[in-house]
Design a protein around this ligand. Structure first.
Ligand SMILES: *Cc1c(COP(=O)(O)O)cnc(C)c1O
Length: 474
């Protein structure tokens, strides 16, 4: 399996060559040169496999530069009931109207990002040891990504994490989750500013190429191919559990921000998994829904980016979207370069051609938007009719899924809605919806009272660099 860039750099690369990378050198995103396909026989053979064995089978189609025994061992140590709460890892729960909720948020930080990040931690540790290298992961977070990265990397050999967050601006639960980590290789830096200040510092530090190389700075952001690949597995698992024969099709509805999660669904569908529709559910930040309705992709400015009660979907642009557009335009790298490299940079938007827009249907994409009021109503309804408490992001998914089913826009086949976080992370909105606080897993009782390890700093690039120099052990 070789990987190429959406912008045309065709240097042949294998999985481990891009594992530790973000963007390709030409500014594009990495994708396999062709999607492997799963035939009927393979799909049947996969029925009934435990999650970790299925993960090994799927990953093996994309990774041919890690010895199979090693990969099996990595995967087996990652997807355990101990870490993800049950042997099913991503259990399916039927709701009253034929909708199935696939639980992706039973990992250590109670959000779906754990599924990919936990594997990434194992892969990074393995590959760095193999190369005799070390890595200092630098990132900025407003919540979920940072904690998922820290819980995935804590205690790992050869890896340190420097995670910047806006001081006092994450929820008390999110702060406690991150700052209570006492592992020596995890460094929380709370910047006196907003998320964009933290993000700007990360960009400035990464932009200093001498510093970046010398300190071996890397990232774990959502454009990383390995993260996306890890997510493909649960689409396959969801399909296999919701059906009993390969003649059956299902649809998925995915609460979406950066298009990372649903892009994995696109890969699974492209491999031949019988998925009819992939439904992109957005909140008020409807960059993606607008594209699927109009063909125009328009990045929002800061003033146009709303702070909502499903905050992990509050995005101004969808950083993984280029991967789908690349496929939509027939993998034409010049066209992708024109849309993302030129139009987007110069005008902040692009519109695909009518012919390209017409082709969207062949990829099964549909989209919808929901509001704060929709989320509250859906949390309440799902609690009252199904006895299931869902988080606000999952409620965005359920709102769009149930709306499209009601209007007949999707077939009456199993509809799998991805549950992307547990309600306990968003207690305030849950209380607003149902009038009581969500239950907390016993392991998280008293989280806010634990001692904290965090360095507060002004938004100053040099101070952050000094801190990294001092603690990177280079
Ligand atoms: C990150 C996140 C999302 C959005 O996922 P994308 O891959 O960015 O589309 C949705 N819900 C929750 C809870 C998240 O943490």
């Amino acid at each position: 399996m070789r990987y190429l860039s959406t912008r045309g750099d065709h240097t042949p690369r294998r999985f481990c060559d891009i594992l530790l990378e973000g963007l390709a050198p030409d500014g594009g995103l990495y994708l396999p040169s062709a999607y492997p396909t799963v035939d009927d026989q393979t799909l049947s053979a996969w029925r009934g496999l435990p999650y970790d064995d299925l993960a090994f089978e799927v990953l093996s189609l994309f990774i041919d530069d890690i010895p199979p025994d090693d990969l099996r061992d990595l995967v087996g140590r990652t997807y355990t009931a101990d870490v993800f709460g049950s042997d099913e890892i991503t259990p399916l729960r039927p709701l009253d109207d034929g909708v199935l909720l696939q639980g992706l948020s039973n990992g250590p930080t109670l959000a779906f990002k754990d599924i990919a990040m936990q594997l990434l931690g194992a892969l990074f540790e393995y590959e760095l040891a193999r190369r005799g290298e070390e890595l200092n992961i630098l990132g900025a977070t407003s919540g979920d990504t940072g904690s998922a990265a820290e819980y995935a990397m804590r205690g790992r050999e050869g890896i340190r994490v420097f995670m910047l967050s806006p001081y006092g601006r994450m929820s008390p639960f999110q702060q406690a989750q991150m700052f209570s980590l006492r592992d020596a290789n995890i460094h929380n830096i709370a910047v006196e500013g907003v998320f964009d200040d933290a993000q700007d510092i990360v960009k400035a530090v990464s932009g200093d190429l001498e510093f970046k190389r010398r300190l071996r700075i890397g990232t774990v952001n959502s454009i990383n191919w390995a993260r996306l690949l890890a997510q493909v597995v649960y689409y396959v698992a969801g399909y296999l559990r919701a059906t009993s024969s390969n003649d059956q099709t299902v649809s998925f509805t995915v609460p979406s921000g950066n298009f990372g999660n649903v892009c994995a669904g696109h890969v699974a569908r492209s491999m031949g998994v019988p998925i009819s529709n992939l439904i992109v559910a957005t909140n008020e930040n409807n960059v993606l829904a607008e594209f699927f309705e109009t063909g125009t992709y328009r990045v929002r400015g800061g003033a146009e980016t709303h702070q909502t009660s499903s905050p992990s979907m509050d995005i101004s642009k969808a950083s993984n979207f280029e991967r789908f557009i690349f496929d939509l335009v027939g993998r034409d790298t010049d066209r992708t370069q024109t849309l993302f490299g030129t139009s987007l940079r110069e005008h902040g938007e692009f519109t695909v051609s009518p012919a390209e827009f017409d082709r969207i249907g062949t990829y099964g994409f549909l989209a919808g938007t929901s509001t704060h009021a929709d989320r509250l109503a859906m949390i309440k309804r799902t609690w009252e009719t199904d006895d299931v408490l869902v988080d606000p992001h999952t409620a965005d998914g359920l709102t769009t899924a149930r709306r499209l089913r009601r209007t007949g826009a999707v077939a009456s086949e199993p509809m799998i809605v991805l549950e992307t976080a547990l309600p306990v992370k968003f207690a305030e909105t849950i209380t607003e919806a149902v009038g009581f606080q969500p239950e907390r897993p016993p392991s998280l009782e008293g989280l806010e009272d634990l001692p904290r390890r965090v360095q507060v700093m002004p938004p100053d690039v040099d101070q952050v660099k000094d801190y990294i120099e001092t603690h990177a052990g280079a």
